[in-house]
Design a protein around this ligand. Structure first.
Ligand SMILES: NC(=O)c1ccc[n+]([C@@H]2O[C@H](COP(=O)([O-])OP(=O)(O)OC[C@H]3O[C@@H](n4cnc5c(N)ncnc54)[C@H](O)[C@@H]3O)[C@@H](O)[C@H]2O)c1
Length: 446
């Protein structure tokens, strides 16, 4: 017969306090001795309460993420990728389908010449593929029945922003956290989505609604990939550069005013560019990346809301999918409307607002779409974003060229009057503020 009587000694045993004092140096020693990754680190403490009935744990996680500008990364004599993968005995890569068509042979040749086995998943990554099914497909490739990637083996991701978002998310789920090296082959992926910790897939009504904070351990930016981008995608990526110029870097803004159109025409100084333009192209990429990572990279888990790089991205996540705009055009409409809102609030002068709108227009980026007149949709987008970002200061708006602050509240009346004012400005343009190739072109296979 089982004796169910509790052992009175165990129940009444007094808490032996010294047993509950945790020496943090033990964790430090263990962390150094048993460390699982060269990029990730962690520390923790546990404190027992006086009553012996509760305790509190605090832990910190730290990571290292490097960003490198490298031109000609797939040239077999370039050591960057070989140095990462040689010692690991192979490279497991997820590659955008179009990038594979254009660079697949060079990629294979690079690893062959460097005597490193390569396993590749070629993945179609259109905006319409940005869904949990694609994440699942990548997980199958990485998982036990596929390459069986270990939790410390950096996966190589090569492609645009859609692939970096979905494949980055798959890496965050593989073994709960698997490192990856990112080569962003579009401008958006090179300077923004690629190094970003925000991996994601689209939700039902809200873009990028599901995701995880999981930055690449190394981001390689190789401007020479831009030579094969369609011009529309060069323009699209320039919106993200303007975003950082307006909010953080007045020199970058002036460079874009002076050289933006030539950078667009020369596919970012890859075709018919002189030495001066090549230097400008490198400086523009570096400045945009540095500004972005200065804010995003030092706030990897978005524990602070001062995020200048969210400029142009406050209302656009709602209206971008509603009218199937290219991301950069949606952002530039968001930035231009935001500049007019900042003018209404007295944060920028008319001249500064006009310079922001003029720079976007000079590159063929949209500054207006009638969807922003749909007050219900705009307020719904604002409500969604507010819920996501939390209360307090939340919407970045310019306070001049190269600086920004964060609006606390944007009441419906203020938003509507800014839209009215912005519409008034844009109807004075011959094209009403429309951009070139502003709509997504990958809709056919949705
Ligand atoms: N996570 C973030 O912080 C973040 C930031 C910005 C944007 N994004 C996301 O990024 C996506 C947009 O990224 P995108 O503009 O790179 O779009 P994309 O990934 O759709 O790439 C654009 C197109 O260019 C092709 N392509 C890529 N590199 C090429 C090259 N070198 N030559 C020829 N074709 C090439 C791709 O196959 C695709 O057809 C959006 O979904 C957006 O939400 C995420």
């Amino acid at each position: 017969m089982i004796n169910t009587t509790l052992n009175p000694v165990a129940v009444t045993k007094e808490v032996n306090k010294p047993d509950f004092i945790f020496d943090p140096s033990i964790r430090r020693d263990h962390a150094n001795k048993y460390r699982t990754s060269q990029w990730y680190d962690g520390r923790g403490e546990i404190k027992a309460a006086e009553d012996g009935r509760s305790f509190e744990i605090s832990a910190t996680f730290s990571l290292k993420s490097e960003v490198k500008l490298v031109n000609g990364v797939l040239n077999p004599s370039n050591p960057v990728l070989a140095e990462i993968y040689k010692s690991r005995g192979r490279c497991v890569a997820v590659v955008d389908h179009l990038v594979d068509e254009l660079y697949g042979t060079s990629l294979e040749n690079y690893f062959k010449q460097n005597d490193i086995p390569l396993k590749t998943l070629v993945c179609r990554a259109w905006e319409s593929d940005k869904n949990p099914d694609t994440v699942q497909k990548i997980l199958q490739f990485l998982g036990k029945d596929g390459c069986d990637v270990s939790r410390n083996e950096p996966v190589l991701i090569i492609g645009g922003g859609v692939l970096s978002d979905v494949a980055g998310l798959a890496c965050s789920l593989q073994h709960r956290r698997t490192p990856y090296v990112m080569i962003g082959t579009s401008i958006v992926a090179a300077i923004d989505a690629g190094p970003s910790p925000r991996t994601c897939t689209n939700g039902k009504l809200f873009k990028n609604g599901i995701g995880a904070y999981h930055p690449p351990v190394i981001t390689i930016v190789d401007r020479t990939f831009f030579r094969t981008l369609p011009k529309g995608h060069i323009r699209n990526g320039m919106a993200e550069i303007i975003k950082m110029a307006v909010t953080d870097d007045p020199v970058l803004f002036e460079l874009m005013e002076e050289y933006g159109q030539r950078l667009l025409e020369t596919y970012f100084a890859n075709i018919d560019a002189d030495e001066e333009l090549v230097k400008v192209a490198d400086e523009v990429i570096y400045r945009a990346l540095y500004s972005y990572m200065k804010h995003e990279g030092t706030n990897m888990f978005e524990t602070y809301q001062d995020r200048p790089h969210a400029y142009g991205h406050t209302w656009s996540p709602r209206f971008e999918p509603a009218v199937k705009l290219m991301h950069g055009h949606a952002v530039s409409i968001g930035m231009s409307l935001g500049a007019t809102l900042a003018l209404e609030m007295g944060w920028v002068t008319k001249n500064e607002r006009d310079r922001i709108v003029a720079l976007c227009r000079s590159l063929g980026l949209s500054v207006y779409h009638e969807i922003i007149e749909d007050t219900e949709l705009m307020l719904q987008g604002q409500k969604n974003m507010r819920r996501k970002r939390g209360s307090g200061l939340w919407a970045p708006l310019p306070t001049g060229i190269g600086s920004c602050s964060f609006a606390d509240e944007v009441p419906p009346d203020l938003l509507t009057s800014a839209v009215e004012e912005h519409k008034h400005l844009c109807t004075s343009f011959p094209d009403q503020g429309q951009g070139e190739e502003m709509y997504l072109s990958d809709l056919g296979l949705e």
